[in-house]
Design a protein around this ligand. Sequence first.
Ligand code: SF4
Length: 193
Amino acid sequence: MMKPPVFKIKEVTQSELLKAYKPSEILGYCAHCGNHDSVWSCPPHRFDPAEFIEGYSFAYVVSGAVSMCGFEEQADAVIHYYEMRSKINQALLAFETTVPGGVSLYAGHCDACKPCSRTQGEECVYPDLCRYSLESLGLDVEMLIETHFGESLQWVAGKMPKQMLVVPALLSPVEVDIPSFIQALETGVVGAA
Ligand code: SF4
């Protein structure tokens, strides 16, 4: 049986979060992604991401370390990573309901529908499920991880890392109890197994 992810969470104030706001650089990367203008959780947005971020006093940035050990095939490890990412996003969405005024930021893009209705030029089918990501708001995730966790998302090309990080977040107008948040993610991921 695979080990469950190991979670760390850091409280980041709005002003600290805005230090990682680099829209021209980060949204420039998004412009070259296949999801750009094709998924409602991804850019271009109909709102100003900076104004969106400024609506919340705190960001709770999650580092979810997913073990990549125990797989003979690299492809299986990658599938495992995406399964864990999906479960972490679901657990985050469930915890969001306990935080008044809070909103989740998924790791990765919303994948509730395949394909997203945006590809047909139609409105989002499940706005209750759609959440943006840190990247899609123009935030530098690498910088956040290095600054607040002292970790790196980098890995050696061609070599399977021992672990990969899943990095979602929760924006909140109020302070959140971090041990309760971690417990909710742990329970949610195991419960979804
Ligand atoms: S819920 Fe469906 S329609 Fe809405 S953003 Fe997600 S994938 Fe697209």
